[in-house]
Ligand binder design. Structure first.
Ligand code: ADP
Ligand code: MG
Length: 726
C-alpha cells in the first residue's frame, strides 16, 4: 500500500511535469495587474459611492464613527452593482466562529418580482446584519440561558471581496458574530474591541509627547509556515485526513534532514503552486510578499506585508484557506498542523506586531532623534511590562493540543514567555536602570536617565530564533503562535495587555507632568521603575537550553507546559478583570472561551486516540501479522529442510513480542478512551494524564514495528516518502 501511494505520487509528479511543459508558454499574470481586482477597496468605493456616503464610510473606517442607515443603503447598492458586474450571484456574511475556522452562509441577490422574473437586490439592512443559524456554532454555554439567535454584523473596516470559484462568484462580506444580547460569539468582535482599547490608551501617551494623533492601530504581519506533500500520500493516511498530523510514523534516518533545505531552491511543482496561491491572494487584496523553504523538508513559509491587525487577521484566514484550496490543483496537500511529523520541525506562525498612529508612524520604531527615542522607549517599556504582567493570558492565547507538540520541543520557543531585546536595547535599559541610581546621588537630575541614550540605529536586531517574543528592529515578533490557529486571539490578548500597560504608563506620566512637571524627568523615573520591576522577562540567551528553564524558575516566570495548565489563565481574577475593564470580553464571554478551548482540546485528543486504535487494529496489526507469518513459515521451512535458522528464530521471537505488546497497548488505549463524565476541565486533565501518554506509548511500539517490517507490506506512506518525494 505504501508502495502503491508512492507509485501514484511518482505518476502524478511525472504527469504534472509533462502538462507543465505543455502549458509553459502562457504568460504569467503579474501581481500589479491583478492586485485588489476583486476587492471593494478604497479606490472602488471612491469611484462608485456618492460623495457623502463615501465620506461617511471613511469616517467609520478611520475614526470608528457609527454608520447611519442611509449610508448603509448607498454602500449596499453600489456594492451589489459592483459585485453583479463581476458575475456575482450570491453574497455571504463571512465570520470567524470560536471553532477557529471561518463560516459562511450564501444568499442569492435575486428577489422574484411576481411576474416570473427576478431582480438583483441588496439593501443596507442585508449588508449590515445577517442571521445565520447560530445554534450549530459553539457558544461555550453562553446561549443556553439566552435565545439561540446570533447575528452577523458587517465590519466596515475590512473591505468586501469576491470569491471566484469555477463557474460562480460570491460577494464575501466580513462580519462579526454576536448573540442578540451583543455578546461576542466569534473571534473578530473581541479583536476589534481590543484595538479600540489599545488605541485609546496609546493616544493618551502620544499626547504627552506632543502628538495630535487621535487613533492608533495595532499592526500585524503574520508569517505562515506550512507543509506541502503529495496528495496521494495524504489520502493514504487516515491520520492526516482526520487529525491533520501523523499519529504513527518512524523518523527518517538521521542526516536526511539536511539544513540546506532552509532557503534552498524550491521544487518546480511547489513553486508553481505557490505562485498561483499568491496570485489568488493578490486578487483579493492580500499583500503577500515573501516565500521560502523552511527548515524541515517539504516545509515552506509565506508572509505578507503588515497591515492593521483586523485586516491582517482576515487576510491570514484567507491565506490559510487559499493555501489549502490551491494545493490540490497541483496534486499537493497543504498541512497547517503545528506538528504533522514527529521528530521533524513543526510549523508556527510568527506574529509580527506593533502599533502605528493614524499618520502611519510606527510607535516601536526607534527613530533618529532623542525625542523620538524617548517616546519609543516608553512604548517599548510598556511592552516589557505588558508581557511580564500578562504572561499567563498570552501563553493561554496560543494553547492548543497541536501546539503542545511544538512548544518546548527544542525547535520551537519554550512554553515559558520571555522577551528577546537584543544587545543594544538591553544595554540601554541597563543604563537607564543604573542611570537613575546615579542621578539620585547627584540630587535628582533624573535627566541623566534619558540623555545618556545613544542614537538608536534603525535595525537594532541581531537575531535569536529561540525566543518566543523577540524585538526585531521595529516590531515585536510573537513566535510561539501556532501554524493552524486563527491569530485573532493572540493579538487580542496582546492588545489587551498593552492597553493596560499604556494606561498605567499614561496615568503615571500625566500625574507627574500635570503641574508643569518635567516630562523627561518623569519618563526617566518611569522607565527605571518598569525595568526594575519587569526585567525578569528579558532573556537574550538560548531558550532551548535546559538551564533557561531553571533560571526562569528562579525568576518566577510562569512555565505552563501544556494546554491544560495554560488555559485556566484565561479565567483568573486578574485576567477576567483585565478583559472586563477594557471592555474586550466580559466574564461570561471569557468563561465561554475557556470552555470552548477545553472542549477543543478534549475533542482533538479523543479523535486522535480513536484514530490510533483504528490504525493499530486495521492497518498496522494486519500487516505485522502477515510478516510474522512469513517469518514463521521461513523458520519452519528451514527447519524442515534440516537447517537451523538462528536469525529467523530470533527475529520471530522479538517481533512476536513487539506485536503482542503493540496489540495490548492498543487495547489499553481503547479502554482508556471509554472514560466520560466530569467537567470539561477534569476531562481535559484525564486526557492529558492518561490518554496522551498511552498514545505516545502505542506510537513508539508502532514505529518500532514499522522499521522491522518490509516496505512492500507496510500499509502507510512513510516519512521518507511523504517528506522527500516531491
Ligand atoms: P524578519 O526577517 O525580521 O522576520 P521581515 O521584514 O521579513 O522581518 O518581516 C516579517 C514580517 O513582519 C512581515 O510580514 C512584515 O510585514 C512584518 N512587519 C514589519 N514591520 C511591521 C510592523 N511595524 N508591524 C507589524 N508587522 C510588521
Ligand atoms: Mg520573522
Amino acid at each position: 500500500m505504501g508502495s502503491a501511494a508512492l507509485f501514484e505520487a511518482a505518476k502524478s509528479i511525472r504527469d504534472w511535469s509533462v502538462n507543465a511543459s505543455r502549458t509553459a508558454s502562457a504568460p504569467p499574470a503579474t501581481g500589479a495587474d491583478v492586485f485588489g481586482k476583486l476587492v471593494f477597496n478604497d479606490k472602488v468605493q471612491q469611484e462608485r459611492l456618492p460623495k457623502p456616503a463615501y465620506r461617511a464610510l471613511r469616517a467609520t473606517i478611520t475614526r470608528g464613527e457609527a454608520l447611519d442607515a442611509a449610508t448603509a443603503d448607498a454602500v449596499a447598492s453600489a456594492l451589489k452593482d459592483w459585485a453583479v458586474e463581476h458575475g456575482a450571484t450570491h453574497y455571504t456574511h463571512w465570520f470567524q466562529p470560536m471553532t477557529g475556522i471561518t463560516a459562511e452562509k450564501h444568499d442569492s441577490f435575486l428577489v422574484p418580482t411576481g411576474d416570473g422574473t427576478a431582480l438583483a437586490e441588496f439593501r443596507g439592512k442585508e449588508l449590515i446584519k445577517g442571521e445565520p443559524d447560530a445554534s450549530s456554532f459553539p457558544s461555550g454555554g453562553m446561549r443556553s440561558t439566552f435565545e439561540a439567535r446570533g447575528y452577523t454584523a458587517w465590519d466596515p473596516t475590512s473591505p468586501p471581496w469576491l470569491h471566484m470559484n469555477g463557474n460562480s462568484a460570491t460577494l464575501v462580506i466580513p462580519t462579526a458574530f454576536v448573540s442578540w444580547t451583543g455578546e461576542a460569539l466569534d473571534k473578530k468582535t473581541p479583536l476589534l474591541r481590543s484595538m479600540e482599547a489599545v488605541s485609546r490608551q496609546a493616544v493618551r501617551v502620544l499626547k504627552l509627547f506632543g502628538s495630535t494623533a487621535e487613533r492608533v492601530f495595532a499592526t500585524c504581519g503574520p508569517e505562515q509556515e506550512y507543509f506541502l506533500i503529495d496528495r496521494n500520500f495524504y489520502f493514504a493516511r487516515p491520520d492526516l485526513i482526520n487529525a491533520g498530523r501523523t499519529l504513527f510514523g518512524a523518523k527518517p534516518p538521521k542526516g536526511q534532514e539536511l539544513e540546506d533545505q532552509y532557503f534552498g531552491s524550491i521544487p518546480e511543482r511547489v513553486l508553481q503552486c505557490m505562485a498561483e496561491t499568491e496570485l489568488e491572494l493578490f486578487k483579493v487584496g492580500v499583500p503577500v510578499k515573501t516565500r521560502h523553504n523552511e527548515v524541515a523538508p517539504s516545509q515552506y513559509e509565506i508572509a505578507p506585508v503588515f497591515e492593521n491587525a483586523n485586516l491582517a487577521v482576515d487576510h491570514q484566514m484567507m491565506t490559510m484557506e487559499t493555501l489549502q484550496r490551491i494545493a490540490p490543483k497541483y496534486g499537493l496537500s497543504c498541512l497547517l498542523h503545528e506538528k504533522p511529523f514527529a521528530g521533524v520541525n513543526g510549523s508556527g506562525k510568527h506574529n509580527n506586531w506593533s502599533l502605528s498612529d493614524e499618520f502611519g508612524n510606527n510607535l516601536l520604531g526607534p527613530g533618529d532623534t532623542p525625542h523620538e527615542n524617548m517616546q519609543f522607549l516608553v512604548f517599548c517599556a510598556a511592552v516589557i511590562r505588558a508581557v511580564d504582567k500578562w504572561q499567563g493570558v498570552l501563553r493561554a492565547s496560543i494553547a492548543s493540543a497541536g501546539n503542545d507538540h511544538r512548544l518546548g520541543a527544542n525547535e520551537a520557543p519554550p512554553a515559558i514567555l520571555s522577551i528577546f531585546l537584543g544587545e543594544m536595547l538591553t544595554d540601554i535599559f541597563e543604563q537607564i536602570e543604573k542611570g537613575s541610581a546615579k542621578s539620585t546621588k547627584q540630587g535628582g537630575t533624573l535627566d541623566v536617565g534619558v540623555s545618556v541614550l545613544p542614537k538608536l540605529p534603525r535595525d537594532a536586531g541581531d537575531r535569536n530564533r529561540t525566543s518566543p517574543f523577540a524585538f526585531t528592529g521595529n516590531k515585536f515578533e510573537f513566535r510561539a503562535v501556532s501554524s493552524g490557529q486563527n491569530i485573532s486571539f493572540p493579538n487580542t490578548a496582546l492588545n489587551a495587555a498593552m492597553a493596560e500597560s499604556l494606561d498605567s504608563v499614561a496615568t503615571e506620566l500625566e500625574k507627574a507632568t500635570a503641574n508643569g512637571g518635567d516630562l523627561k524627568a518623569a519618563v526617566g523615573k518611569l522607565l527605571t521603575k518598569i525595568i526594575k520591576e519587569h526585567k525578569r522577562i528579558v532573556f537574550n540567551g538560548n531558550n532551548y537550553a535546559a538551564e533557561w528553564e531553571k533560571e526562569a524558575g528562579k525568576r518566577k516566570l510562569l512555565n505552563l507546559k501544556n494546554t491544560v495548565d495554560a488555559l485556566p489563565q484565561l479565567v483568573t481574577k486578574e485576567t477576567l478583570g483585565l478583559f472586563d475593564k477594557y471592555k474586550i470580553l466580559n466574564e461570561r464571554e471569557m468563561h465561554a472561551r475557556y470552555e470552548i478551548f477545553l472542549e477543543n482540546y478534549n475533542k482533538t485528543v479523543n479523535v486522535e486516540g480513536q484514530l490510533m486504535v483504528l490504525m493499530a487494529n486495521r492497518y498496522i496489526l494486519p500487516a505485522a501479522l502477515i510478516y510474522q507469518k512469513q517469518v514463521a513459515e521461513s523458520v519452519a521451512a528451514v527447519s524442515k529442510a534440516g537447517g537451523r535458522s538462528a536469525s529467523g528464530k530470533k527475529l520471530l521471537s522479538a517481533y512476536t513480542k513487539l506485536v503482542d505488546q503493540f496489540k495490548a497497548q492498543a487495547d489499553a488505549l481503547e479502554t482508556l478512551l471509554e472514560h466520560s463524565g466530569g467537567s470539561a476541565e477534569k476531562h481535559a486533565k484525564y486526557m492529558r494524564d492518561k490518554i496522551v501518554p498511552a498514545m505516545a506509548k502505542l506510537r513508539d511500539l508502532g514505529d518500532q514495528i514499522e522499521v522491522e517490517t518490509p516496505h512492500e507490506i507496510w500499509p502507510l506512506p512513510t516519512y521518507r516518502e511523504m517528506l522527500f518525494v516531491k
